[in-house]
Design a protein. Structure first.
Length: 595
């Protein structure tokens, strides 16, 4: 099977990985996403961000492919360029810089084949680094954010009644957002790179002070990344449900029963819940399990997305308030920063460098979250228009399901408007191939062009984990937690989760964050220190190990596991359902510097 959106790898910069892009786009990219949405604009955004920072290709490399490509329908980031950027921008060890995205994975090549171009502008790189160290609040960055926020508000408040639009008007709306999306993604990539550079500088400053491995502890709870967005509102809804006998009984019947009652409720506790959910979905309708994929459900397209998160969080209210946990972590971060400053007291220059790196890392973590949310909101405008286009042709009998509209390529949109019937069968066949891609397991890392997707594993081939050994991953959030392993299928269908469970996840993206407060510990196949799950676990004081490669394949549902977030080791401790409380996050030295 050759997917028509697949691309060719760079011969000069051959290392690619699912780092970053795999967390944000965990599934195959649909044709519409890949040709008019994030999949079309993310690669050019990375290229522009590199050029802005002074990382320029050699003249003979002008035709190099974009830094983000698709293999087997999945998005891959050019990690050779990422390591090269780490070397140029801050003089960092390229391997140490890349570990912030890859963790200590054994499948990542260790050779340093990247070399800077003679045309790389050291002056631009120096200027860029100085600017990001000032944080995202400088005047230029703030002005750009203000323009983007105003444009997004305009798009949302002036959105027409889509059911009354013609097919051509819906297509115009899909295409009309691309300019703003391109700009927003460029700002997102800038924030992503700025976060990694400032975090690397912070790591080196703490190492110089004699406190290696505490970068995560320094910024835990201080950036506010987890409190931004719908998380706080979801917790208010949890309180509403748990304080109402009627709502509690209703949720105990299952989410379909809740949804049926909400559709007609106008007063009482059910009516209040409905009003809260309407407000939540209006403001955060773009958020969901795979919000950078146009065909994916979000809070705004499917109310079960929000209800599932709410149902999972119901038992959490009886434990420590997540906001209180975050506040405690922020206090601990302040105390840890004081230790470092005292160690640097004899060097005002080193202290100033540490303080600048600390402030800018926290600022960029929050900016990254906000800008990514804006990108998702812009993408959502495309999603809503495309769904309306699909739904009307499902009602007319042309399409079998609304998902088939996302099989269109951007260049086919006008053709579809002119004569939809000419493309109907093509969309059905393309949908068949697209959904078949989802059954294959993509390689996380590839050097050069990967094998054809039909040669990828289709099902697990990993050995089950036994009590004689353990899994080694990357320590990203200190502490130790023990409990029964739970492998949620998706963030919107997590299954039966209970406080004290150890979550074993395939990716470390933002889609899993709403489930985290329930966990005693978290284990992830992929991800690294700057992944959303890692950041949120540090904010909440939850032990976390990422980059275990095969945790979801080797750990069975229900077995008891111990997760050491300071050493990166995950072990079986026998079969059972009991859990012991996790140790609070401290300043313990992890095995690797990437935390």
């Amino acid at each position: 099977m050759e997917w028509e959106l697949d691309q060719r790898a760079s011969a000069r910069y051959p290392l690619y990985s699912r780092a970053v892009v795999g967390d944000l786009c965990p599934d195959p990219v649909s044709p519409l996403t890949g040709s008019v949405g994030v999949g079309a604009e993310l690669g050019p955004a990375w290229a522009e961000a590199y050029a802005e920072a002074g990382l320029r290709p050699l003249p003979e490399q002008a035709a190099e492919p974009d830094p983000v490509l698709r293999f087997g329908g999945r998005m891959y980031l050019n990690t050779s360029l990422l390591r090269l950027f780490g070397t140029c921008a801050g003089g960092a060890d390229p391997m140490a810089f890349a570990r912030q995205y890859l963790g200590e994975r054994p499948d990542v090549p260790r050779q340093r084949e990247e070399r800077p171009s003679p045309d790389t502008s050291t002056e631009l790189l120096r200027s860029w680094t100085e600017r990001v160290l000032r944080g995202p609040g400088d005047s230029e960055e703030a002005q750009e954010h203000g323009r983007l926020a105003r444009r997004l508000t305009e798009l949302q408040t002036t959105r027409p009644e889509l059911a009354g639009c013609t097919d051509a008007e819906l297509v115009a709306r899909i295409n009309g957002v691309r300019g703003e999306l391109r700009t927003a993604l460029r700002r997102y990539v800038r924030a992503e790179l700025a976060t990694s550079v400032t975090a690397d500088l912070l790591t080196r400053a703490t190492e110089d002070a004699g406190y290696p491995g505490i970068t995560g502890a320094l910024v835990a709870g201080t950036a506010g990344a987890i409190t931004e967005g719908p998380f706080g509102q979801l917790y208010q809804l949890v309180r509403l449900v748990n304080r109402s006998e009627k709502l509690t009984a209703l949720f105990d019947q299952g989410l379909p029963a809740v949804l049926a009652q909400l559709e007609s409720a106008r007063n009482g506790d059910v009516g209040r819940l409905r009003s809260w959910l309407v407000a939540l979905r209006t403001r955060y309708g773009h958020q969901g399990p795979a919000e950078w994929e146009l065909s994916a459900d979000t809070c705004g397209t499917n109310p079960l997305v929000a209800l599932a998160a709410l149902d999972v969080l119901r038992p959490v209210e009886h434990g420590p308030d997540p906001a209180e946990r975050i506040r405690r972590q922020a206090e601990h971060s302040g105390a840890t920063a004081g230790l470092v400053r005292r160690a640097l007291d004899g060097s005002p220059r080193a202290t100033a460098r540490f303080d600048a790196a600390l402030a800018s890392t926290g600022g960029w973590l929050l900016a990254r979250q906000r800008i990514r949310s804006a990108c998702s909101a812009l993408h959502h405008e495309q999603r809503l228009a495309a769904r309306e286009l699909g739904q009307r042709h499902v009602r007319g009998g042309l399409l079998d399901g609304v998902e088939q509209i996302f099989m269109l390529l951007g260049e086919e949109l006008d053709e579809f408007v002119a004569d939809p019937s000419q493309l109907a069968e093509r969309l059905r066949m393309r949908a068949y191939d697209y959904y078949a891609l989802g059954g294959y397991q993509p390689p996380y890392v590839t050097v050069g062009q990967p094998a054809s997707v039909v040669h990828w594993p289709n099902g697990s081939t990993a050995r089950p984990l036994t009590g004689r050994g353990g899994l080694q991953g990357t320590a990203v959030s200190p502490g130790t937690g023990t409990g029964p392993a739970k492998l949620p299928r998706t963030p919107t269908a997590p299954g039966a989760l209970r406080p004290g469970d150890v979550l074993v996840l395939p990716t470390a993206g933002p889609n899993w964050v709403p489930l985290l407060p329930i966990a005693a510990a978290v284990v992830v196949d992929n991800g690294a220190a700057l992944s959303d799950v890692a950041v949120a676990c540090r904010d909440l004081g939850i032990p976390c190990v990422t980059a275990t490669v095969e945790a979801t394949s080797r750990i069975s549902e229900g077995v008891s596991v111990e997760v050491d977030g300071s050493t990166g080791i995950v072990r079986l401790v026998g079969v059972g359902s009991g859990a012991t409380p996790s140790r609070p996050m401290g300043a313990a030295r992890p095995a690797h510097r990437s935390a």
